[in-house]
Design a protein around this ligand. Structure first.
Ligand SMILES: [Zn+2]
Length: 483
């Protein structure tokens, strides 16, 4: 256990300052003392001298390394049980730990059964039990006919409810009609829950696909992306905003890729609608025109768009129209990912970026003159706030001692084969990172450290619960591991 973290660079509030962070027995931050620059070695001596244990539990951080709050990734597909060959809790959460992500919230679909009622949530928790390296929470799902299951799921601790406005890619998680959506949103608004939406419009996509005519089989990424144009997102978001206006339900727009929708979002915010918006590292780091032909690693829905769009998404983040960045880690087997290769139309859509997402965004942000404090806000503070994790997302007294240790000067070329998630496929293969995550700490426990390769990752993750969780509800959701 880390009891004293001493570092020249700790992100506290918006400032990166030298500090001594003390951690209590429960793994929460007990005290933060700012120290003078260059005095961390001296501070360590003071602690050693006064600590009866002689300084055990002291983590002296290299002066080059920045200590940030552990990242909170609220958009991850673990796929276990049911599609465990695609991803599992052990491999997925190991990838998270190695990427400086200390909390994830798992999506309700692609695992079987999907998390659309309390029994299926319990099945997922049983699958996760004892094999998570970071803290894990769960989203519930909205599918046609399960409106009555939403409040029980909320009371069982899910953070909100995901739905699709078009085909989700898996048959057991069908999309909702406008009427289903309104019924669900009305219900969720009654208990002040949160609805999260994959917003693309099927009709717009069908029309764009038909326009391709004989060229339906496409290996050029930009051609495939043209079948899911920006208008598909805009149309879906317009319809969704109507439903928000009618129901007053708190609503979150998932993985925004179309910068042209930012005007709609700006107007909706001016109107006071309760909406939040996320985008993903792959939309911020890549551009459609540079993706190699047939490279299904980059296929995701909505698609990566052109470089001008990418710049506009960064602008949207800086202006606060987009609130946060999440990975939407959605892996699959090679068989699924390369189905029909080099044609992209049959390939599974999803980018595997959980382990490199933070470093990739931090690296790209630096090139744009954007600081680590801002990246940390998008990938930790704001995501924790979205799901109401009031003890995560900041380095502050009373908060969990979850840290990501980041070395801005350690350059690294990503190798998909070297990543910890289950299938060695990633759009980031060969991507050059300027800055690398070199350690992470979960509630005071050092998960890994680049300095000490003998330190092994512990399966000490716990279940996270949404604010609807009923205290009297004695479901089997305590600590998942005694380690
Ligand atoms: Zn997703």
């Amino acid at each position: 256990m880390v009891r004293h973290l001493i570092a020249e660079q700790v992100l506290i509030g918006q400032d990166i300052v030298p500090a001594h962070v003390e951690v209590d027995h429960q793994g929460a931050v007990r005290r933060i003392t700012r120290i003078a620059p260059g005095q961390s070695a001296r501070q360590a001596e003071i602690v050693r001298a006064r600590d009866v244990s002689g300084g055990t539990g002291m983590l002296m951080v290299h002066p080059r390394v920045v200590v940030l709050p552990g990242n909170v990734d609220t958009h991850v597909h673990i796929n276990e049980p049911g599609r465990t060959s695609w991803e599992g809790f052990a491999t997925g959460t190991m990838a998270a730990a190695l990427g400086g992500v200390t909390s994830i919230v798992d999506m309700p679909l692609n695992s079987v059964p999907p998390t659309v009622d309390v029994p299926s949530l319990e099945i997922k928790k049983q699958a996760a039990m004892g094999q998570t390296f970071v803290d894990v929470g769960f989203w519930g799902g909205i599918v046609p006919g399960n409106t009555e299951q939403l409040e029980p799921l909320w009371n069982a601790g899910v953070f909100g409810f995901k739905c699709f406005l078009l085909d989700s890619g898996v048959p057991e998680f069908p999309p909702v009609s406008p009427a289903d959506l309104r019924a669900a949103m009305q219900r969720v608004a009654q208990f002040d829950g949160l609805v999260i939406v994959h917003a693309e419009d099927a009709k717009t996509i069908d029309t764009a696909t038909a326009a391709l005519g004989q060229r339906r089989r496409v290996k050029r990424y930009a051609d495939w992306a043209a079948t899911r144009p920006q208008e598909a997102e805009m149309t879906a978001i317009e319809g969704l905003l109507d439903a928000v206006r009618e129901t007053g339900c708190r609503t979150h727009i998932l993985h925004l890729a179309a910068a042209s929708a930012l005007d709609l979002i700006q107007d909706a915010r001016a109107e006071g609608l309760p909406i939040t918006v996320e985008t993903c590292p792959h939309y911020l780091c890549f551009e459609a025109e540079a993706v190699p032909d047939g490279a299904a690693e980059f296929k995701c829905c909505p698609p990566i768009r052109d470089s001008g769009n990418r710049d506009a998404l960064w602008q949207g983040l800086q202006e606060g129209l987009i609130d946060m960045v999440v990975t939407d880690h959605s892996p699959a087997t090679g068989q699924e990912k390369y189905r029909g290769a080099p044609d992209l139309s049959e390939a599974w859509g999803g980018v595997s970026g959980l382990q490199v997402g933070f470093a990739a965004v931090a690296s790209a942000a630096r090139e744009r003159g954007i600081g680590l404090d801002q990246v940390s806000k998008w990938m930790s503070t704001s995501t924790a706030q979205l799901v109401g994790l009031t003890h995560k997302g900041q380095i502050a007294v009373g908060y969990d001692a979850d840290f990501a240790l980041y070395d801005p000067q350690e350059n690294h070329v990503v190798s998909a084969a070297g990543l910890a998630h289950k299938n060695p496929i990633s759009a980031y293969d060969g991507y050059e990172l300027h800055g690398t995550v070199v350690g992470s700490v979960l509630r005071g426990a050092e998960l890994f450290s680049a300095q000490d390769t003998s330190a092994s990752v512990l399966s000490g993750g716990e279940f996270l619960r949404g604010k609807g969780f009923a205290i009297g509800d004695q479901l089997n959701i305590g600590a998942m591991s005694s380690s």
